[in-house]
Design a protein around this ligand. Sequence first.
Ligand SMILES: [Zn+2]
Length: 431
Amino acid sequence: MCLSHVVPVPKISRRSVLAAGVAVPGALAFGVTEAAAAPATFVIANVRIFDGRRVIDRGHVVVSGGRIVSVLERGGVPESVHVVDGRGKTLLPGMIDGHVHHTGAVRTDAPRFGVTTELDMVSDPTVHGPFKQQRQSYAPTANSDLWTAGWWATVPGGHGTDSGLKIPLVEPDTVPAEFVAARRAEGSDHLKLALEDRNLVTTKPIPVLSVDQTNKLVAAAKKLGMPAVAHATSQRLARVGLQAGVNGLVHIFFDEVASADTVALAKRTGAFVNPTLTVWSSWESAANPASNAVVNDPRVAPYISATQRAFLDTPWGFERPVLQPAMRNVKILHDAGVPITVGTDSGIPGVAYGVSLLVELELLVRAGLTPREALTAATATPAGIYGFADRGRIRRGLRADLVLVDGDPTRDITAMRSISAVWRNGAPITR
Ligand SMILES: [Zn+2]
């Protein structure tokens, strides 16, 4: 949502630092120190493979040099390589969280829960240089790979301006193309627009980008080849974004039932929706059992760091029952064929990097996606939308970001709580 809701991050405990294998708290952890040394070549054998779209009931995946070098659908286990026994388990591509806010240099919490790529949706762009280098590299790392929106497009007094941070704003005399070019120059990978006309905490009206500003900002982003995405929690403003041609909505709106016109508009423009149901569920204590069931599950709880707990336990301070209307709109749009992607809004209260993606998958299934569709929404779909050719699938030549889970999450999504191993660039993560 916005930076004004970012929780102060507690001091990282020695235990969590050690668990993550990071040598220096707060330091950018690149290089080979934090991920255990991997055998040069290994095979995950006799495993069910979810390749991002399709399920292969039993196969072998060979990894070498940080990449998947072969996916064998038949035959015996290749000889002369280190073998990881995959019997009774499912291998999936590393998950992509399509909505987070970057809050710190150490990004090891997400990979420990199988989330290997994160799309930041507003944060300070000046800290992102090392992450841009990392995402090109195949060296072992325990950090997630990160793409960023940098600063977003919002107006004076508008959504996301009450944080006290000095951020560039779209003033009445701002030239939209110049605003977008400045964000591009700062390092923004995509443009995020704040289409919000009320304070989400107090519900009081606030200024918002005009239709004309929205149209021009989106057109300018497209001209520069930047995806444009919009925050909108009302159907009316979601439609303003869709009519401007945004690539996607990075929340599902919940104030009204999605109309036939809105569905048609989304279909016509090809926009995707990243619902962030887990953050909407955190607005109502009655909905929290869904989240609590995941985060307190004995297969999950021991791996949650102090930082993650602090985010999860920070209350919003109000009750708003928006989960059911949000889930109903996800179902309407999904049934109509609008692409859904998985996102958590981690970096704000009530949700946490990595672990909240497990909650989001379960909520999407409750909303009406099949388990396999929910898993595609966390892998192949976002990779296709953002043009990530090296990830999101299990295919020969792709980056060996892999998640091994006990059981079959393509039939029972709660099996994602049973993570057995995670690899980043072919190197195992210490969970
Ligand atoms: Zn957000």
